[in-house]
Write a new protein. Structure first.
Lengths: 326, 645
């Protein structure tokens, strides 16, 4: 429990840092969202009061920094992430709402897949040195790690969707079927649209788990309890999973944050390539229209989600490692 | 025995430049690293000579738009009519420059922060490592995007700065861990004690030992930078007027090259990035292998690996012991070839007997023990001899049946009590699995048997539900002994079972084992370097030196009348109380390097009664008299005869 509390404190600090970054960045740079918003317009018709009001809507009130910060944080706590510049006065939260669900779906599915495939391959690579996985899959993974995710997505889209026609060219739902999660046709459509992006994420992303797991396994296999397990004449499977992998996976969970960060970055770009209506696409549009509040909202929400996911991984760690419980 | 041994820490500080050639030579001798370096070199040359290589100016409109590849335009043209090949060539410049510059910057920051924090330690280190972890947990790409988008001008310089600002944490963590480990090493501690300035310690003491890690961090950072740069430019956060691989992709995406099937604009940049990545990964892979010996592979010739079951079966001799070891050879394969760790070892263990095996560390006593359970794995190979246990030809057991043999006939208590138990499952599970692997028993009965066994080793049976970390070292070793007795084995091997325990606990445990041995009538192979303990505890004793068995005798006889000069010296160097845990006796000299064992008698360089002209030339014979044997010229009849003359 102590352990979990410590982790919780750590994530609070991380969240605070993200908020601080979010708060100070626009104030450090020249110009604020209002300048951006009004850049292309004739502002002579606007009274200074109107402009100030607009500023306030974006959280740039005329007050000392600490007070501004307090307002900012209290707004965040109320779930108010500001308003969009490009689609003024739509709230950032409203813009993100739907997109977030699609991103969660894609990243979540990809996370589960890359994790299981990567970990299993890592186990295999370490267990059978010089075997197929060790000799071929491992170097393949290493190479994939040096190729941009989004380029793998581009190629996959080009080959499997455009040339072969096996998958749809983009979007998340089949057209013509109303959104209804109880309708199997709709769900099938969603799965069909999800398949290729998730597969590209898998191909491009399984390696970070695999490498980590392989290295941990190699270290664990050198431990005395493995030698003893072999000497005990236990079946291979039991040694491999209950003795070796069960211990080797613990450091993998500690490295969860990093791997999740990579995966998230990859899936944002994959969305762009597949025109998948998630946060990545929203982010791209925000970048193109210089819609800072939306960009910052996305950064903050994604950070919070990653922190949450990490906290879940930590709780899992406690379940798996009895040593943290005492 | 595993495939590798941890690398020994460097004995002295070699100085930054003195250590380089060695390390670089290893790297260069690796074909994979060499290939990586060559690819990288080629790309750098392309970048440098871009104006000479590219047929056109990269941004000049030179032909019709969207032309597919032709002899005129090898990679076709863009949607503006620029030559894609020329863009690729010139793009190499920006992409590599940003990659290398960011990599260097990232490593400099990571080194400064990581090493200082690891070296200074204490509260500074706590704070720094927390900051590092916080930065690592924040998802990087969104952060980079937000920062980059606020920085209005996003030319290459801005990208380098933004990437460096967000990418340093991983390297810092790795380097900090290493600095922390080095900090406590001998030569750093002494350098700090004599008051060397911090910067000298960092540059002349620490960096040389970390240079490979730094190189790996640099390579990782370059890959990170090239990938992130491409990503930023791809989504339009770069300066689209700059020609780089990322902006080529950006324009391709913006001009719907994909949907229109104009692959020549988006395939080449990705391939180029992949090529850089491949080259760097190849180098990193090799560095990994150099720094992490566990990943290194040693080639063992096929015929050395032949399966033991392919040998002709043999029958044990009738009147021999429970365990008969005949001419056992075990080889450890190294990069330079096999090293014989046990050489022609033969002895018997009788039923109901405690047989002690002693010698300095590295003499091969554990090697022999592992061979009896067939626990050697490549690069260790049993290359010759026979082992019979209770009439069974152990080396002829097919791999598939090994699991049945292990623990049932021969069980083993390992050197470190602390690490012999699986830390993440309960003691009970570790009884149940071994019992169920060998006996047809349900879970409940197996647990009951576990409790019974715990009681046998004088532990509370309720400990069955605890995890190893909840027990003390002595308790854990008792648990291991209980597990070792679970199947009523014929032979119990104890490989320095009490090394980590204090003397009182050691005594209690050994006495208990002796009681159980009498009660159940199994034999024990007891291995230790503590000769006094051995004499007290064993019936007969074997002494090993440099892979050979040099003397076997009943414990009392060995004590009162050691025949081999080595045994005699061991006895004289007796640590008064057995608190000598270092594995060294007070004998002059060190055990020989087994790669090049001394000629003649292996002990001659250290022997105080060596016969000049004989011992360093002629291998001494094994002389057996009555119940004992020894391998020494002094005992041979020929020598005795010569001495008489
Ligand atoms: S053979 Fe010679 S060197 Fe070897 S132990 Fe005997 S006397 Fe010493």
């Amino acid at each position: 429990m102590n352990y979990l509390l410590r982790r919780l404190g750590f994530y609070l600090i991380a969240a605070l840092l993200a908020i601080v970054i979010n708060f100070f960045l626009p104030r450090m740079m020249a110009g604020d969202p209002v300048d951006v918003m009004l850049a292309g317009f004739d502002t002579s018709s606007l009274t200074p009061e109107a402009i100030d009001q607009l500023r306030e809507a974006f959280g740039f009130i005329d007050a000392p920094l600490p007070e501004q910060f307090a307002t900012y944080v209290s707004n965040l706590l109320k779930g108010n992430f500001g308003v969009s510049v490009a689609r003024y006065p739509t709230k950032v939260v409203d813009i993100l709402g739907v997109a977030l669900r699609w991103t969660l779906l894609m990243t979540g599915t990809a996370l589960i897949l890359t994790f299981s495939v990567g970990v299993l391959l890592g186990i295999q690579a370490a267990w059978k040195r010089g075997g197929f996985v060790d000799t071929y899959v491992l170097p393949f993974g290493a190479i994939m790690g040096a190729i941009p995710y989004f380029w793998v997505a581009l190629i996959a889209l080009y080959v499997f969707a455009l040339q072969l026609g096996w998958f749809p060219l983009g979007r998340a739902e089949a057209s013509g079927i109303p959104a209804d999660w109880t309708n199997p046709n709709y769900v099938m459509g969603v799965v069909y649209h999800l398949a290729l992006p998730v597969l590209t994420l898998l191909i491009a992303g399984f390696r970070s788990w695999m490498m980590g797991m392989r290295n941990n396994m190699v270290a664990v296999i050198a431990q005395d309890y493995i030698t003893m397990a072999i000497a005990k004449g236990l079946p291979d499977r039991r040694i491999k999973y209950q003795y070796a992998a069960r211990n080797a996976i613990l450091p993998s969970l500690t490295g969860f944050a990093l791997a999740l960060g990579f995966l998230l970055g990859g899936s944002l770009l994959t969305e762009v390539v597949f025109s998948y209506p998630g946060v990545g696409l929203t982010l791209l549009n925000a970048v193109n229209t210089r819609d800072y509040p939306v960009m910052q909202g996305i950064f903050l929400i994604l950070t919070l989600m990653v922190l949450l996911a990490n906290f879940i991984a930590d709780s899992l760690y406690i379940l798996l490692d009895p040593r943290t419980r005492s | 025995m595993t495939v590798s041994q941890p690398a020994a820490p460097p004995k002295r500080s070699p100085g930054l430049w003195a250590s380089l050639p060695d390390w670089v030579a290893t790297l260069l001798s690796n074909p994979r690293a060499m290939a990586g370096l060559l690819i990288l070199l080629a790309l750098v040359l392309v970048a440098v000579f871009a104006p000479q290589i590219a047929p056109y100016q990269p941004d000049r409109i030179v032909a019709r738009r969207d032309l597919p590849p032709s002899s005129e335009h090898v990679l076709g043209t863009t949607s503006l009519g620029q030559d894609v090949f020329s863009q690729m060539v010139f793009g190499t410049r920006i992409s590599l420059a940003v990659g290398f510059a960011t990599g260097t910057l990232v490593v400099l920051i990571a080194m400064t922060i990581g090493i200082t924090s690891g070296l200074v330690g204490g509260r500074v280190d706590n704070v720094v490592s927390m900051i590092v972890n916080v930065v690592l947990v924040i998802p990087q790409l969104p952060l980079i995007i937000v920062i980059a988008s606020w920085a209005r001008n996003t030319g290459p310089i801005t990208i380098i700065l933004v990437l460096a600002a967000t990418g340093w944490a991983f390297g810092a963590r790795v380097l900090r861990a290493q600095a922390l480990a080095l900090r406590n090493s001998e030569h750093i501690t002494s350098a700090r004690l004599i008051g060397e300035p911090i910067w000298r310690i960092v540059f002349f003491e620490m960096l040389p030992s970390m240079i490979s890690l730094v190189a790996a961090a640099w390579i990782g950072a370059v890959i990170f930078a090239i990938l992130s740069q491409a990503a930023l430019e791809f989504i339009g956060l770069g300066d689209p007027a700059v020609v780089s691989w990322g902006t080529i992709l950006y324009w391709a995406q913006n001009n719907t090259a994909l949907i229109s099937g104009r692959w020549w604009t988006f395939v080449p940049p990705g391939l180029a990035i992949a090529t850089v990545g491949l080259a760097l990964t190849l180098i990193n892979y090799s560095i990994d292998e150099i720094t992490n010996p566990r990943l290194r592979r040693i080639r063992i010739p096929k015929d050395a690996m032949r399966k033991p079951e392919s040998r002709p079966r043999e029958e044990p001799s009738e009147q021999g012991g429970l365990v008969q070891i005949r001419g056992l050879n075990v080889d450890y394969w190294t990069a330079t070839g096999p090293v014989r760790a046990a050489d022609n070892v033969s002895f018997d263990i009788r039923p109901n007997e405690v047989f002690g095996l002693a010698g300095e560390s590295g003499c091969g006593k554990s090697t022999v023990a592992y061979a009896i359970s067939r626990l050697h794995f490549p690069p260790a190979i049993i290359s010759g001899g026979r082992i019979f246990v209770d009439g069974q030809d152990v080396l002829a057991i097919p791999d598939k049946q090994l699991n049945k043999f292990r623990w049932d006939a021969v069980s083993m208590v390992f050197q470190s009590a602390m690490n012999s138990l699986n830390p993440v499952i309960t003691i009970g599970e570790q009884f149940v699995d071994v019992i169920q692997a060998h006996r047809d028993m349900d879970r409940k009965a197996a647990l009951e048997r576990g409790r019974e066994l715990l009681e046998m080793v004088e532990l509370d049976p309720d400990l069955i539900d605890s995890y190893p970390h909840q027990l003390s070292g002595g308790m854990r070793q008792r648990v291991v002994i209980a597990i070792a007795l679970a199947l009523n084995p014929k032979l119990l091997i104890m490989d320095e079972p009490t090394t980590a325990l204090d003397v009182v606990v050691e005594r209690q445990i050994l006495q208990r084992v002796k009681v159980l041995q009498r009660e159940f009538g199994f034999s024990i192979l007891f291995i230790t370097h503590d000769l006094s303990l051995l004499i007290e505890f064993s019936d007969r004793i074997g002494i090993m030196y440099a892979g050979e068995l040099v003397e076997v005798a009943p414990a009392k006889a060995l004590y009162t009348d050691p025949q081999h000069p080595y045994t005699r010296l061991l006895m004289n160097a007796f640590p008064s109380i057995h608190d000598d845990r270092t594995g060294r006796y007070g004998i002059e000299g060190t055990p020989p390097d087994l790669r090049t064992p001394p000629t003649g008698c292996r002990f001659h360089p250290r022997c105080d009664v060596a016969i000049a002209g004989l011992c360093e030339v002629v291998v001494p014979p094994v002389v057996s008299t009555g119940d004992r044997l020894a391998r020494c010229h002094l005992l041979s009849e020929e020598y005795a005869e010569r001495a008489v003359k």
